[in-house]
Design a protein around this ligand. Sequence first.
Ligand code: F6P
Length: 326
Amino acid sequence: MNIKKIGVFTSGGDAPGMNAAIRAVVRTAKYKGLEVTGIYRGYEGMMEADFVEMSRRSVSSIIQKGGTILKSARCLAFKTREGRQLAYDNLKKHGIDALVAIGGDGTFTGAHLFSQEFDIPVMCIPGTIDNDLYGTDYTLGYDTANNTVIEAIDKIRDTASSHSRVFFIEVMGRDSGCIALNAGVGGGAEAILLPEIDSGIDTLLEELSFAEEREKSSMIVVIAEGDQNGGAYNVAKRVKEKFGHFDIKVSILGHLQRGGAPSSFDRVLATRMGYNAVKELLKGNTRATVGLRGTEIITTPLEEALHSKEFKLDEELLEIANIMNK
Ligand code: F6P
C-alpha cells in the first residue's frame, strides 16, 4: 500500500516521552514526504474527527515536555463495532491511510482489532510508566517515573530517619510491580510489595521484625498500588496491629509519577521509536509494535505482544532486593 498520510495519536495513561515520540513521528514522516494528522484524545478524538494537520514546526519545543500535546483518553465507545466504524469513516474522509498509536496495553488492543477489521496499517509505540508490555525492555516514561519515585524516596528517607519512623510509600502500578521493584531497589527500601507476588503480610512482618532486631530505627516499605494486601493504608494498619510502638506514616505518590520532563533516556528512546515506527510502516510492516531489546530497536507483531504471558519482573532484581534489605 502506498502511504500518503499518517495519523498519530496518544491513548490511555499519559507518560513522559510521548511528546518526544510525536515529534519524531512527525519529523520523520515529513522528511519522507508524507503528510501527518494529529488525532486528539486517542480513539475518542478519532470517533469525533478531532484532527489537526501537523508540520515540522508544530512539534517544536515539545521534546522536553511531559504529558502529551495531543491529549489522551481511555475510550469505552471504541470497544464497540459502531464506534470503530465511525472512527474509520473519519480517517477515510480525511485521507489518513496509516496510524501510529502511542500508548499501553489498551491502546495496543484497540489498534490490533481496528487494523484487522478495516485493513489499515498500524504501528504501535509502547508508552506507559508501567513497563508492562511485551516486546520491549523499556516502555516510554518508565525511566522518568523511576527517577521521580527515587527522588521522592530519598526525600522521605531524610524525614523518616530524623524521626525514626516507618514509612509506607505507595507507587503506581495497578497490575505491574516494575516501578515498585526498580525504585525500591534504587531507593534502598527495606521491603517491597508487588502485585505479581502474593508474599502475604506475614513475610513483611518478619522482614520488619528482622530489621528492628538489627536496630534499624527508620524503614521504608515500597508498595505497588495493586499489591495483593490492598495498598499502603491497609498494609500500614496491619503492621500497626503487630508493632504498636512503630511511628508509622503513609505516603501515596499518585499522579506526580506520570508528569514531569522526560529523562534523557526516555527522550532518546522516544525519538528512536518514533523514527522506526514510520520507517517500518513505509517498509510495509504493520500490526506490530516497535520496542527496545538490549540496545536494538526491534518490532514484534501485536498478536504476539498482546498474548504473551511473559513474566515482566526481573527475577534477578527480585533476588537482589531480598539480599540488599538484610
Ligand atoms: O497505566 C498507567 C497508570 O499510571 C497505572 O500505573 C495506574 O494504575 C493507572 O495508570 C491510573 O490511571 P488513571 O490515571 O486513569 O487513574
